[in-house]
Design a protein around this ligand. Structure first.
Ligand SMILES: Cc1cc2nc3c(=O)[nH]c(=O)nc-3n(C[C@H](O)[C@H](O)[C@H](O)COP(=O)(O)OP(=O)(O)OC[C@H]3O[C@@H](n4cnc5c(N)ncnc54)[C@H](O)[C@@H]3O)c2cc1C
Length: 403
């Protein structure tokens, strides 16, 4: 489907949730936008496939929520399970849909809105006039092509090569790594009907999950945030994290995980992938170029959820460009819209300490099951209806212990 024009208003690189959301919004407002990805669609993306409330809201704004829900597994609760086996169910508006299908829906929606797709096309480097980005050098069908555009949006996810080529990567290593597999197990249908997240000392630094997808398919995986030692130059090495061993430990310590895998059929391979979190690790812009989605670190530390905020930041990048103005004004406005999201990312970064102290989950479960107020606040964090500042305040923490 490679078809590159000679020019356009905006080039969006990467057709994951962030890039497709950005391209859809720009095209809807009449901009000539070219949406490229190094893969043809549909394509797989290693993910847990869980859609939490922020994703719901963004999908609604894009006008694709109905289409997504017509094929997704609806979910009403997140179940947090502690090392001692206790649990608490947090209500929320959620769903599960394999990314192969979700991203195809988003990509097609952007194209229907008028974005011009070109795949497989790889971003190699920005074209520069002085310090300003004026387009991109792309690899398409074995050929190198130059596309000149007023603005490039990089939505290339957690792999840093495009960020490095654009001169915006501040940290080469990811914040975390995770592995997931799909297991088909009809006998477990209905037995696991929530987003299950499990903490245990053998999974210390992270957690395990089982998310029920449609048709008796389950997404099961484990992940760790804080997986890399970072040096001053932004490069680094992985600490002794072995995701496959962690996955095996998960199946050993959480009996339903073992039962699911042993009694089911693994569909495809176990696959690992990096995560970039907390709106850190890259500069968000330079003249002529905005960075959005996970490339800008839009995934939550602690939970590793990022589809919703990838969509949201993609829409914010589009809105910023649509408002127009000079380079400096665009860069400043974009930075201030991302900064407004920072308190939520900070909340999830602070909560990340729980992954290193799984016994704390037992405490929160014990407290939460005794207090309707705590359960309401947990639901408020998930639904993003509560102010993160209030929860992290001294008063908020005191209420967790004493309420
Ligand atoms: C194992 C795992 C489990 C996860 N589970 C969840 C979950 O359950 N729920 C949740 O909300 N989030 C989850 N996440 C996080 C989620 O996957 C990301 O936050 C989300 O995919 C980010 O979207 P994005 O559009 O920014 O990037 P991506 O989805 O990574 O899309 C980037 C796109 O850019 C393309 N690209 C990259 N480089 C180039 C290039 N040079 N040229 C052209 N194209 C390029 C890629 O092919 C890709 O299509 C998980 C992540 C992992 C690793």
């Amino acid at each position: 489907m490679t078809s590159l024009p000679r020019s356009a208003d905006v080039l969006v690189v990467g057709a994951g949730p962030a890039g497709s959301a950005c391209a859809l919004e720009l095209a809807r407002q009449g901009r000539h936008v070219v949406l490229v990805d190094q893969h043809d669609f549909p394509r797989d993306k290693t993910c847990g496939d869980g859609l939490i409330p922020d994703a719901y809201r963004a999908l609604q704004r894009m006008g694709v929520l109905g289409e997504v829900l017509s094929v997704a597994q609806p979910i009403s609760h997140l179940r947090c399970i502690g090392p001692r086996g206790g649990h608490i169910d947090v209500p929320g508006t959620m769903a599960v849909l394999p990314r192969r299908t979700l991203d195809h829906i988003l990509f097609n929606a952007a194209v229907r809105a008028g974005a011009q797709p070109a795949t497989p096309v790889r971003f190699e480097a920005p074209l520069l006039e002085g310090e300003r980005v004026v387009g991109a050098r792309l690899k398409a069908g074995g050929q190198t092509v130059e596309l000149r555009v007023p603005w490039v949006v990089l939505a290339t996810g957690a792999v840093p090569q495009a960020l490095i080529a654009a001169g915006l990567c501040e940290r080469h290593t990811p914040d975390g790594v995770a592995i997931r597999g799909y297991v088909k197990n009809d006998a477990m249908r209905g037995r696991i009907d929530k987003l299950e997240v499990i903490w245990h000392k053998r999974l210390s630094g992270g957690y395990g999950w089982i998310f029920p997808a449609p048709d008796g398919l389950f997404n099961i995986g484990t992940g760790v945030v804080g997986s890399h030692e970072v040096q001053g130059d932004g490069k680094g090495t992985m600490r002794g994290v072995n995701l496959r061993e962690m996955f095996a430990a998960f199946c050993a310590v959480y009996p339903p995980a073992g039962e699911l895998v042993q009694g089911g059929t693994l569909v495809g391979e176990l696959k690992g992938a990096p995560l970039r979190c907390s709106l850190r690790g890259a500069r968000w812009s330079r003249p002529g170029l905005l960075v959005t989605g996970e490339a800008a670190g839009s995934t939550y530390a602690f939970t590793g959820e990022g589809i919703g905020k990838a969509l949201e930041t993609g829409l914010l990048a589009a809105e910023t460009l649509l408002e127009g103005g000079g380079d400096a004004a665009i860069e400043q406005r974009y930075a201030s819209t991302l900064r407004a999201l920072q308190p939520r990312f900070d909340l999830y970064e602070k909560a990340q300490h729980v992954n290193n102290r799984p016994w704390l989950v037992d405490f929160v479960i014990w407290r939460g099951n005794k207090s309707a107020g705590i359960r309401r606040r947990m639901a408020g964090v998930l639904e993003e209806t509560s102010n993160p500042g209030n929860i992290l305040s001294w008063r908020g923490l005191t209420r967790l212990v004493f309420e």
